[in-house]
Ligand binder design. Structure first.
Ligand code: SAH
Ligand code: SF4
Length: 448
């Protein structure tokens, strides 16, 4: 979602004459868009800001000042503290106020010089009453695959999670708003849309008839957009996997056969301490229903090891769940206490060594599952949406329907150029733990 937000900041600043720069040293405005979900996020930002301060000093001496903004959830959480610790920062704003960037930048520019390095930068971290989406300019796609935020914030309050405090209360954009943005993205080159939300399947936006649509209904409508070839959504909560959404996986062809459904733990005791509001059995039932609807679906998840109170037995329950499901891919993390969350006040802390050892054991199983999943594709022909450059001009990369990264080697740079932005059939030649290597089908002499 930060990638989506950063792109929208670029869109909102364009009318002021700003464009994205590849070179930090020459930038007139530097924005750090930050994440607060895990680890020592704030410390990392302060150390990065230290580096920026040196550049800002040099720029000031050369007579071309540079403005520094800090955006995102660390800015939201730190607020005024950020200006105290880094008085050379000009703007501090949260994830819900970046539509006001033009105004903030104009104000900061006006008193630049008088205010610079004074710790009197502009702070805008209130949660506004009007959603930012109403004030953003039309979106353009950054490439063949585009993110589209449909839902933001969260009301679930898992005990370990900072999202409800930094992104704020759950909010769904209206169906009309989402469709308008989807059409604009497709018109400007997107062939795949990835619908985003902290809890995307909690989506409940106002429908065209004035009622309310859930995510499944929204997906059915989006699937009708001409030239849209692929739809995905992330991240979901097991409690919000409605039967209609599960059915949609079997019925909507362009909804890709991939589901990221975080479970966090396989122990009911830990799930309860996390306030996840589901058991491991509930999760397995959902997986069974999803697989019945779309038998070839690839499953992905998030795991936290070492949540306060997690015993060896609890952890083994997580390993058992992983064995029972069989994931195509997964993200796993050591629990990291987040300031202000209920879990951060819980006792019975798991030692850092224990967390590391559990994470290594879990990742060993998950990596094995991912490798096995990938190896089954060797020799198979599958469609890849080419959306990225590769290692050299003969190579491009994209995603399989199952979200695997696929590197495709062409015989000439011209053939590669022609394939960019298209979905092409490729034959998988090699499987690696995190990606697949392929050749375009026509190079092998088959039709393509
Ligand atoms: N809405 C999603 C999660 C969004 S946060 C859900 O309900 O699952 C993305 C992932 O970061 C989470 O799934 C979790 O695995 C991880 N995470 C969140 N808070 C964390 C913390 N305090 N410590 C370690 N990992 C955390
Ligand atoms: Fe955080 Fe997800 Fe739980 Fe919401 S549902 S509190 S975003 S982990």
């Amino acid at each position: 979602m930060n990638a989506y937000d950063s792109k929208r900041m670029v869109d909102v600043l364009a009318p002021l004459g700003y464009c994205q720069s590849e070179q930090l040293e020459n930038a007139d405005l530097v924005i750090l868009n930050t994440c607060h979900i895990r680890e020592k996020a704030a410390e990392k930002i302060y150390s990065e800001l230290g580096r920026l301060r040196a550049i800002k000093n040099e720029r000031l001496e050369s007579g071309s000042p540079m403005m520094i903004g800090v955006a995102g959830c660390v800015a939201q959480a730190e607020g005024a503290e950020m200006l105290r610790r880094a008085p050379f920062v000009d703007l501090v704003f949260g994830p819900q106020t970046y539509h006001r960037l033009p105004e903030m930048v104009a104000r900061a520019q006006r008193d630049m010089g008088a205010r610079e390095f004074s710790g009197r930068g502009i702070i805008d971290t209130q949660f506004p009453i009007e959603p930012k989406f109403d004030s953003l300019p039309p979106a353009t796609s950054p490439g063949p695959s585009a993110f589209l935020t449909v839902q933001e914030g969260c009301d679930r309050f898992c005990t370990f999670c900072v999202v409800p405090y930094t992104r704020g209360a759950e909010f769904s954009r209206s169906v009309a708003d989402v469709i308008a943005e989807a059409v604009a993205l497709v018109d400007s080159g997107a062939r795949e849309l990835i619908l985003l939300g902290q809890n995307v399947n909690a989506y409940h936006g106002v429908s065209p008839a004035g009622g309310e649509w859930r995510l499944a209904e929204l997906i059915r409508e989006l699937a009708e957009i001409p030239n849209l070839e692929r739809l995905r959504y992330t991240t979901s909560h097991p409690r919000d996997m409605t039967s209609d959404l599960i059915r949609a996986h079997g019925e909507i062809e362009i909804l890709m056969p991939y589901l990221h459904l975080p479970v966090q733990s396989g122990s009911d005791r830990v799930l309860s301490a996390m306030n996840r509001q589901h058991t491991s059995e509930n999760y397995l039932d959902i997986i069974e229903a999803v697989r019945a609807a779309r038998p070839n679906i690839a499953l992905s998840s998030d795991f936290i090891v070492g949540h306060p109170g997690e015993t060896e037995e609890d952890f083994e329950d997580t390993l058992t769940l992983v064995e029972r499901v069989g994931f195509a891919q997964a993200y796993s993390f050591k629990y990291s206490p987040r300031p202000g969350t209920p879990a951060s006040a819980m006792e019975d802390i798991v030692t850092e060594d224990e967390k590391s050892s559990r994470l290594a054991r879990l990742q060993e199983v998950l990596n094995k599952q991912q490798s096995q999943f990938n190896e089954e594709f060797v020799g198979v022909v599958l469609p890849v949406l080419i959306d990225r450059k590769g290692r050299d001009e003969n190579q491009l990369a994209g995603r399989s329907p199952w979200m695997q990264a696929v590197h495709v080697d062409f015989d000439r740079p011209e053939s590669a150029q022609l394939a960019y932005g298209k979905t092409i059939d490729v034959r998988i030649m090699t499987a690696r733990p995190n990606s697949l290597a392929a050749l375009p089908l026509n190079k092998l002499g088959s039709a393509g």
